[in-house]
Design a protein. Structure first.
Length: 209
């Protein structure tokens, strides 16, 4: 029997094909036959791992999020080790959702397409809502921690602030999909930094940063 690692490699191979097709031609292009051809495997093998296109898209979405979360965790750990500001941790984390390089552009396109499909597919909508819940919870936790150390704006509502920061980031990400020239990139970076600064305007009492 194939090892578990072989199964993971096959799934990754298939998911990479899905991401490429969705990013270039939209979710409608990600048919089982085109996915198989792009991945260099048979349709039967794709169907062996994924019973339907919805399951396949949901896994592509989840695995892409895992990649993003890995980058964010690395960034946050580095800031924590350097006793950095929560403001900088949040800004760095949210920047991972902006299409500032090839990989993040493909991720943004995939998420944009996934959200439109999720509106029509209950199972995919559930995956989207679970993701939102996780992201909002992490942002809320950051704001609560900033309240404790003094960085957060006085009277801030952690739930409202989490929603605002996530909504602003998604809007800016879509802006860069439409206009990705150097001036717009600089503007988007500046706007996101200003949004984070408005949430975390104060010095940190714990580290004095």
């Amino acid at each position: 029997m194939p090892r578990t690692a072989d199964h993971d490699a096959r799934r990754t191979q298939i998911i990479d094909a899905v991401r490429g097709l969705v990013a270039s031609d939209g979710p409608e292009a990600a048919t089982m036959s085109r996915i198989a051809a792009s991945a260099g495997v048979s349709v039967g093998l794709v169907q062996h791992y994924y019973a339907s296109k919805d399951v396949l898209l949901a896994d592509a979405y989840d695995r892409t999020l895992q990649v993003q979360q890995g980058r964010i965790e690395t960034l946050v750990a580095s800031e924590e080790q350097a006793r950095g500001r929560i403001e900088h941790m949040v800004l760095g984390a949210l920047t991972q959702f902006l299409p500032l390089d090839h990989d993040r552009r493909d991720e943004t396109i995939l998420f944009d397409h996934f959200s439109s499909v999720a509106l029509r597919q209950p199972s995919l909508r559930e995956a989207w809502q679970r993701t939102d819940d996780v992201l909002l919870a992490r942002l809320r936790e950051a704001v609560v921690n900033a309240e404790e150390c003094g960085e957060a704006r006085e009277g801030v509502d952690p739930d409202d602030e989490a929603r605002r920061l996530l909504a602003v980031t998604r809007g800016l990400a879509r802006t860069l999909l439409l206009r990705d020239d150097a001036h717009e990139v600089a503007r988007v970076r500046r706007v996101l930094a200003q949004e984070c600064a408005s949430t975390f305007p104060n010095p940190c009492r714990q580290y004095g940063s």
